[in-house]
Design a protein around this ligand. Structure first.
Ligand code: MSP
Length: 512
């Protein structure tokens, strides 16, 4: 059986959930659902990143102990996944015992393999990014502040620290990228990373003594692990690391795909595979970096007060509509702009007037003229066959796009079929056949119902609730909704009673 392991980044609990978190989680959910429908055994992981100075400071600000604080705020991210209808199989918190064990075991391995040594770190650190920066990467402001490329302010740090011998892994990383050309996607990110590694890697400080909110370094009570080493390890602690012989680990690790925003690709594509190779574990199969959303053309930031609240989007436009918009509007990997106008345009033209209208027209004609049962068909005309063939050919093309994370192209390919079905219904005009040729009318309505069945099957990963509603209206049994049923071998059965049709994709109603 094919397996598929997909992960979101684990989210920093100091933030309130925003569109960025929602976007990654939805994209991973769509992929996880698609792979399940394709028959793969799937493991979908999300979670929260709870250690480090940034979280410690937020807890202090809230007047709470760090653990009490993280217990409370981690729940917000669990709740968001539920609100987004994400089908994650597990949710990991870095404060859990299973994770701590995995991190310490990984650390021991790195020490045993000679990749960690004790030294002294003096350099720049940005708490907001929890990242070290070289001086030549920074810009000095008029007020002598040192600013990282991400915009985060850096502070000077000098302390005893354990180092990971990252500098020794450059050539092996380049060799790995070369042998695995699809490891970093999209290709623009791959080029950036290759350039970065070619420019020479410095050893990486992987422990801190100035803070205590973290996972203790084994046998070294003064040090806690660098929060990114801790955080990245979540991807294997959830599979039971260090037990790499377990079925779960063996089943899923080789198929691992990490999805994240472009800002944190370096951690995933450079540090993480180096840590893993040093510990004798194969790197994941793929890391995919998506772009960033702006709001009405403006960078999203707390100080501008334009952070997009996913709960508000759900309330204003509907969950499935929002899921559809985010994955349809821009190619996955590119930056995108959220605007009310474009959201409403997609909701009305693609959904209400597109698939919604096609389904509603067809299903009400069937309800009115075919006694509310799947009509029987007679011989197919050339036009019927043309449309049916297009429908049965679609799943293969759709899957190809999905497998390369081209969500927008996968959706485009469905909408091409919707347009073809719209042209067909207009030219065949089943409403007027009612008086002239009932047999022909039934055939046309059968063809349309079949096409809507295929469309609904393919829409399931993106809009699970709406696609389910459509499949229910076609009385498709729940065990006949996987992609293997999206062919001409599993057609609708004539005479099957259908429930009374109701609209599935409402037009936009301005919020009161
Ligand atoms: N804790 C780290 C990840 C550790 S994974 C081992 C982290 N957390 S985060 O909460 O700050 O980031 C969550 C994700 O949200 C990142 O992938 C980031 O790229 C994404 N986004 C944050 N703002 C975004 C937009 N405006 N648009 C799209 N995604 C954005 O980083």
């Amino acid at each position: 059986m094919r397996t598929f392991y997909i992960t979101t980044p684990i989210y920093y609990v100091n933030d309130i959930p925003h569109i960025g978190h929602a976007y990654t989680s939805i994209a991973c959910d769509v992929m996880a659902r698609f792979k399940r429908l394709s028959g793969d055994k799937v493991f979908f992981l999300s979670g929260t990143d709870e250690h480090g100075l940034k979280i410690k400071k937020s807890a202090e600000k809230a007047g709470m102990e760090p653990l009490e604080f993280t217990n409370q705020v981690s729940q917000r991210f669990r709740d968001l996944l539920t609100a987004l209808n994400c089908s994650n199989d597990d949710f990991i918190r870095t404060t859990e015992v299973r994770h701590k064990k995995a991190c310490q075991a990984l650390w021991d391995k790195l020490v045993a393999n000679g990749d960690i040594y004790l030294g002294k770190y003096s350099g720049w650190y940005a708490v907001r990014d929890e990242a070290y920066y070289a001086e030549d990467e920074l810009t000095k402001t008029a007020g002598s502040k040192m600013i990282a490329p991400s915009g985060a302010e850096c502070e000077w740090v000098e302390e005893e620290s354990y180092f990971f011998k990252l500098s020794a892994w450059g050539d092996r990383l380049l060799d790995f990228y070369e042998k695995n050309p699809d490891f970093i996607k999209p290709v623009t990110r791959r080029n950036e990373i290759v350039q970065f590694v070619k420019s020479g890697l410095h050893d990486l400080s992987v422990s801190r003594t100035a803070i205590s909110w973290g996972i203790p370094v084994p046998n070294e009570s003064r040090h806690v692990m660098y929060v990114w080493l801790d955080a990245l390890t979540n991807y294997i602690s959830a599979l039971g690391y260090p037990d790499i012989e377990s079925e779960k680990f063996k089943d899923f690790w080789p198929s691992a795909v990490h999805v994240m925003g472009k800002d944190i690709i370096r951690f995933h594509a450079v540090y993480w595979p180096a840590f893993l190779m040093a510990a004798g574990v194969a790197p994941p199969k793929k890391v995919f970096a998506h772009g960033w959303w702006t709001n009405e053309g403006q960078k999203i930031s707390k100080s501008l007060g334009n952070v997009i609240d996913p709960y508000e989007l759900i309330a204003d436009y509907g969950l499935d509509q929002m899921r559809y918009f985010l994955l349809r509007e821009v190619p996955f990997g590119n930056d995108g702009d959220f605007s009310k106008d474009s959201m409403i345009r997609r909701m009305n033209s693609d959904l209400a007037n597109g698939i919604g209208n096609l389904a509603q027209r067809t299903l009400s004609l069937i309800a009115k003229n075919c006694e509310g049962k799947v009509p029987a068909h007679s011989d197919f005309s050339e036009q019927d066959n043309k449309l049916l063939h297009a429908a049965y050919a679609l799943p293969a093309m759709f899957s190809e796009h999905m497998n390369s994370f081209a969500f927008n192209k996968a959706l485009d390919s469905i909408w091409e079929l919707i347009s073809a079905a719209d042209r067909y219904i207009d030219s065949e005009a089943p409403w007027s056949l009612k008086k002239t040729d009932i047999t022909r009318m039934q055939t046309v309505l059968f063809v349309l119902a079949e096409v809507i069945r295929i469309i609904s099957l393919l829409l399931q990963p993106f809009m699970p609730t709406s696609a389910d509603a459509l499949l229910n209206q076609l009385s498709v049994p729940s065990d006949k909704r996987s992609l293997e049923h999206a062919s001409g071998k599993h057609v609708l059965t004539a005479g099957t009673p259908l429930p009374a049709p109701t609209g599935v994709f409402p037009r936009f109603n301005p919020p009161k």
